[in-house]
Design a protein around this ligand. Structure first.
Ligand code: NAD
Length: 306
């Protein structure tokens, strides 16, 4: 649906914010990106994790070279809402959600975040994907995402599933840094457990989305630190992403607000999109390339270059 709707909006000369992933295929994403260039309109993909205050702090530290050379980037994005074979959602149907599910839906968030905070592009992937339930029980009544299906008695039909529930992925980044990522929608107890760690030659930094206000800073030669989100303690460039004093939690809602604020500011100022921190259609297109490379790698069981 993103593809058709975005396409019509672009053709009408509108600036567009699209939900992620940008489309079902790389080819569609490329078409949208080209169309947005042709119509010279602003475009964004809602990879909102970029917009958290602590993520900005992490990125700014890396950008200023404080971590040193980046050697390793690793993490996970784990959920549990599809843990049982009785869990069903439109995302499971490859006609509606695309050939990739867990990787395209949440792995794309992690890959965008990894590339954004490190400033490094993924160059190569080696993946192993798994469909935990090749057959799921689809309720005959409609179910919205993340609702508690346990409470309902439903009539269901058995359907074949060809989209992955989980994946393990090795990564190589453009500077030679290595990485790995675990993506899952069947990990009990994990809700939106996105974690990312970057190991540099001077120090490490890591962040849990579910502890959005804490930045871990790891040292070899002195005690580690945890920076609690606090405008008084953050670097100048991260400040505009935080609205509240230290001790008041900021997270998903502020990230979303920042995403829209930055897009609208860019449009109103007729700015250069790359200066406003949101993901563009070009980034969304790159994500689709990564998703397709991951599927291909798992199929061929070898490294795939992007
Ligand atoms: N950026 C993020 O962090 C984030 C988080 C969650 C979801 N998403 C994205 O948001 C999108 C929606 O996901 P969701 O989990 O909210 O799905 P959902 O199934 O919970 O909700 C989709 C809604 O769209 C409505 N709908 C379906 N067809 C429609 C139509 N033709 N016209 C009008 N309304 C229609 C449905 O009734 C439903 O209320 C997806 O693209 C998903 O990837 C992004």
């Amino acid at each position: 649906m993103h593809f058709e709707i975005n396409k019509e909006a672009l053709k009408a000369g509108k600036n567009v914010i699209s939900e992620k992933p940008l489309s079902l295929t790389y080819a569609e994403a490329k078409e949208l990106t080209e169309l947005s260039k042709k119509h010279n309109v602003y475009n964004a993909v809602n990879f909102n994790y970029r917009q958290y205050p602590i993520v900005q702090e992490m990125r700014n530290n890396i950008k200023e070279g404080k971590l040193g050379n980046i050697n390793i980037i690793f993490g996970h994005y784990l959920q549990d809402w599809l843990l049982y074979d009785t869990d069903y959602n439109w995302r499971i149907d490859s006609e509606k959600g695309g050939k990739s599910r867990a990787v395209a839906d949440i792995g794309s968030h992690w890959c965008d975040l990894a590339q954004y905070v490190s400033g490094l592009k993924v160059e190569e992937v080696f993946a192993n994907i798994k469909v935990v339930y090749p057959v799921r029980k689809k309720p005959k009544n409609r179910v919205e995402t993340f609702t508690n299906k346990m409470e309902r008695v439903v009539d269901y039909e058995e359907i074949n599933v060809d989209t992955e529930d989980c994946a393990t992925i090795l990564l190589r980044f453009e500077n030679g840094a290595v990485g790995n990522l675990i993506v899952s929608q069947v990990s009990a107890g994990h809700k939106n457990d996105l974690f990312i760690e970057v190991n540099g030659s001077n120090k490490s930094m890591s962040w849990y989305q579910e502890k959005a206000n804490e930045l871990f800073v790891g040292y070899r030669d002195k005690a580690n630190e945890i920076l609690l989100k606090d405008p008084a303690l953050m670097s100048k460039d991260s400040l505009s992403y935080s609205y509240l004093p230290g001790g008041h939690i900021e997270g998903w809602s502020e990230g979303m607000k920042n995403m829209f604020r930055n897009f609208y500011t860019c449009v109103l100022q007729r700015g250069n999109a790359t200066d406003y921190s949101f993901a563009t259609f070009e980034d969304g297109m790159e994500e689709m390339k990564i998703v397709e490379a991951i599927l291909e790698s798992s199929k061929q069981q070898k490294w795939i270059k992007l």
